[in-house]
Write a protein that binds this ligand. Structure first.
Ligand SMILES: Cc1cc2nc3c(=O)[nH]c(=O)nc-3n(C[C@H](O)[C@H](O)[C@H](O)COP(=O)(O)OP(=O)(O)OC[C@H]3O[C@@H](n4cnc5c(N)ncnc54)[C@H](O)[C@@H]3O)c2cc1C
Length: 451
């Protein structure tokens, strides 16, 4: 049996990010990363493969991202971890570890509904899902996408571009409910509807009917979505992720509702055993309470912190802000922190403000709209969320707002934000949408213009 200083289980963003840190360790330590799939994948780009914008192969990550860091890559599946003997049991062998990083990710959740097992009902996470969907898109006329989060919305557009009639179902009253509030989602919803995507909001799937394949989807309001005689129906669930931790059930490892429990150093309850990424459960940086944060942009820093601590560091992860972005045709939408609705649900007394400018100087060709919504906690005046919708890149503004939250900024500071201006890249020097939104909140709070 081979001995390692550290073993990483999982080759996703958390495992790869940890490998990058191990590659810089001095002195070098002996690390193996175990993952079963032939290639790690860039999941974020999968909808664009369905859309025919990107080839399947372009989603594959190079193994050298791991091996160039001096980390041994073992293509195998772990079946069991013995935390007493400190051994990992795989399908093909057994390995001993000093330290262990569990980065097994998460799998799509499938609700327990009548007919859920029927052929034609799918989820969308990995290469087999993508290949299966690619094989079917040309033979399908109608699809139901369940869940209007970023993945569901991107997938619905991709299927629509491929000429499929798409119904997008969500239990919430608007699309992208974790990213933006309803008022910021309306333009995107209108755009989806104008392209023929049927939005079924405030609704949910109650059953799936069919003999040897799914033929009908029944919604809570009584509507049934079926296909014409001889056609095939595709139903794709994109309703959240469940941590891939079933092999640890009944072991000494402490598990939460949707992930392995870790402290700020990404340590589990077992000394020398760490967990990072989608398989771990962690807290909001804004409230300190557990929230969902299954994003690659959270998995990467978690994997980095875990690896630094495995190497003897004392680094801590502050928690999730959940900054993210998506695209609805040519419209970009992004959000960070809490939406106004989720802020209230998380115990804040939120105050919101809006700013609107153009994306470039108004007279410059290609200019479009840019809308910002800020959410501030009334009592502390701290920024607790931000949303941006516009015709050009919004992610940088989202990152700026996340940084403002990371550094504890209050609305007064955002109202005095020092910004840049250039005809092709921003609105006129006279104003900035973030400053306008912050000014609006200062007004609501009776703090502007003359206090
Ligand atoms: C379609 C799609 C689009 C997305 N878009 C975005 C986006 O735009 N932005 C964003 O930030 N996030 C996005 N995400 C989420 C992001 O991909 C995940 O949060 C991220 O992949 C989590 O990384 P991870 O390393 O924790 O887990 P994963 O990437 O899930 O990797 C888990 C690894 O563990 C391995 N593993 C599991 N069990 C075992 C076992 N028993 N033995 C050995 N290995 C095992 C797996 O094979 C895999 O290699 C998207 C996800 C999907 C599905």
């Amino acid at each position: 049996m081979k001995d390692y200083d550290a073993i990483v289980i999982g080759g996703g963003p958390a495992g790869i990010s940890a490998s990058r840190v191990f590659g810089k360790a001095s002195p070098r330590i002996n690390v193996a990363l175990i993952r079963p799939e032939p290639h790690s994948m860039i999941y974020c780009v999968m909808p664009y493969v369905i859309q025919n914008t990107v080839s399947l192969e372009k989603t594959f990550k190079l193994d050298s991202l791991v091996t160039d860091n001096g980390v041994e890559l073992i293509r195998d599946k772990v079946n069991k971890v013995d935390f007493v003997t400190r051994e990992v049991w795989t399908e093909k062998g057994r390995y001993r570890f000093q330290k262990l990083l569990i980065a097994t990710g998460a799998n799509p959740a499938l609700p327990l509904l009548p007919g859920i097992e029927l052929p034609g009902v799918m989820t969308f996470k990995n290469e087999p899902d993508l290949v299966q969907l690619l094989e079917q898109v040309d033979n399908v006329k109608r699809a139901v996408v369940v869940g209007a989060g970023a993945i569901g919305v991107e997938l619905a557009q991709a299927l629509n571009v491929r000429g499929i009639k798409v119904h997008l179902v969500d239990i919430q009253d608007h699309i992208l409910p974790s990213l933006v509030d309803r008022d910021m989602a309306m333009e995107a919803q209108e755009l989806l509807a104008s392209r023929g995507i049927k939005l079924r909001l405030n609704n949910r799937v109650v059953s799936l009917n069919g003999e040897d394949k799914v033929e009908k989807v029944i919604l809570a309001d009584g509507e049934d979505i079926g296909c014409d005689e001889g056609d095939r129906l595709l139903v794709i669930f994109s309703v959240g992720m469940k941590a891939d931790i079933s092999m640890f059930a009944g072991t000494e490892l402490s598990l939460g509702r949707n992930g392995i429990l870790v402290n700020a150093r990404m340590e589990t309850n077992i000394p020398g055993v760490y967990a990072a990424g989608d398989c771990a459960e962690y807290k909001s940086a804004l409230t300190g309470h557990i929230i969902d944060g299954k994003l690659a942009t959270n998995a990467v820093p978690m994997g980095k912190i875990a690896a630094l601590n495995i190497l003897g560091g004392k680094r801590e992860y502050p928690g999730f802000y959940n900054g993210g972005a998506t695209k609805v045709y040519n419209l970009r939408l992004g959000g960070t922190g809490f939406t106004e609705k989720l802020a209230a649900a998380n115990g804040f007394d939120p105050v919101a403000g809006y700013g609107e400018t153009t994306t470039r100087f108004p007279m410059i060709p290609g200019t479009g709209k840019l809308r910002v919504k800020l959410v501030v906690d009334r009592s502390t005046r701290r920024l607790i969320g931000g949303q941006v919708v516009g015709s050009e890149a919004v992610a940088e503004r989202i990152d700026l707002l996340t940084f403002a939250m990371q550094t504890g900024s209050v609305v007064d500071q955002l109202e005095m934000l020092a910004y840049s201006a250039q005809p092709y890249q921003t609105f006129l020097p006279a104003n900035n949408a973030i400053v306008m939104a912050a000014g609006g909140i200062m007004g609501h709070l009776g703090l502007w213009p003359n206090k």
